[in-house]
Ligand binder design. Structure first.
Ligand code: IPE
Ligand code: IPE
Ligand code: MG
Length: 299
């Protein structure tokens, strides 16, 4: 049987899914799947059973997302902090992750037909050492180009860069913190905290979270647009300041040569784009290298 369980929604679920789909839908949903051990305690089962049911709930949730046309899901399954738990629990979780995620990857071909792509990433440190080194080199190389360093460049440096930021982030079990999960990427996401324990998560909980996203959609959109506009404005302002400075050095600023100013501005922006692209390419090479080495070590 498929891990992401095949099958349709019930009639009532399908009806509600269609009603919800008439509104704005999140394209990317992130989950902090929390509450497995409290669930195990509540149901008087072993802790490992709680974690196992948690992974099964993920399979079910992915199917609901598929039915709701949500094509991108990111989940927090294990944090670096979680390594502090007992060896027995960590080993059990690692074994479950190996089993369940490898089944998920086996199903990749089938899922691609639905336009779904799967990437399994560990909780990588935000800036692995050699990437820190590359950034240090880049800072030295661009010390004359302070304008290159912007929020949008930082965005592109993160390993989540080839995916849009989550529209909706859901944390279960009543905890109202992000525990270091996608801190940068969720600055304009709708954050929904639900009290249900993860293994008990239901289709209706997911609908409720999406409804909350829909109720806040226009405010979120407005905040995102404003933020983007502000980024562009700041970039233009600093480019203009650079060009004014250049013209002053040439002694032509006061003459207000607007054509020359425009040309310089365009040239400066194009050169910056070139520098940024070559930096990002070098960063991508380092990242691929780093991930390959990580895979060799853990194989
Ligand atoms: C989340 O559930 C799963 C992992 C962190 C691996 P927990 O194990 O944190 O369960 P609670 O929150 O203690 O109930
Ligand atoms: C959070 O782990 C990460 C996951 C749910 C995978 P915890 O449940 O241990 O949360 P914190 O560290 O107490 O915030
Ligand atoms: Mg927890």
């Amino acid at each position: 049987m498929s891990w992401i369980k095949e099958g349709e929604l019930t009639i009532i679920e399908r009806f509600c899914a269609n009603v919800i789909k008439a509104g704005p839908m999140p394209k990317h949903v992130a989950f902090i799947m929390d509450g497995n051990r409290r669930y195990a305690q509540k149901c008087h089962v072993k802790r490992q059973q709680g974690h196992s049911e948690g992974f099964d709930k993920l399979a079910q949730t992915l199917r609901w997302c598929l039915n709701l046309d949500i094509r991108e899901v990111t989940v927090y399954a294990f944090s670096i902090e979680n390594f502090k738990r007992s060896k027995e629990e960590v080993d059990g979780l690692m074994e479950l992750a190996r089993q369940k995620f490898s089944r998920l990857l086996e199903e990749q071909e089938n899922l691609k037909k639905h336009g779904v792509c799967i990437r399994v990433l560990g909780d990588l440190p935000l800036l692995p050492l050699d990437i820190q080194e590359l950034i240090a080199q880049a800072v030295l190389a661009t010390r004359n180009y302070n304008n290159d360093v912007s929020e949008s460049l930082l965005d592109k440096c993160l390993y989540t860069n080839n995916s849009p930021n989550p529209d909706l982030l859901i944390r279960t079990s009543g905890e109202v913190r992000l525990s270091d999960f996608l801190l940068w990427q969720t600055s304009h996401s709708c954050l929904v905290f639900q009290s249900v324990l993860w293994p008990e998560y239901s289709f209706w909980n997911l609908c409720e979270a999406i409804l909350r996203f829909q109720m806040n959609h226009s405010a979120l959109q407005k905040a995102r647009d404003l933020h983007m506009e502000e980024g562009k404005r700041q970039q233009l302002e600093s480019d203009q300041a650079y060009v004014t400075n250049k013209l002053q050095q040439e002694g032509s600023a006061s003459h207000g040569d607007s054509q020359r100013r425009r040309t310089l501005l365009q040239k400066y922006a194009a050169l910056r784009e070139e520098r940024i692209q070559s930096f990002l390419q070098a960063l991508e090479h380092k990242r691929v290298d780093f991930l390959e080495r990580l895979c060799t070590v853990s194989a």
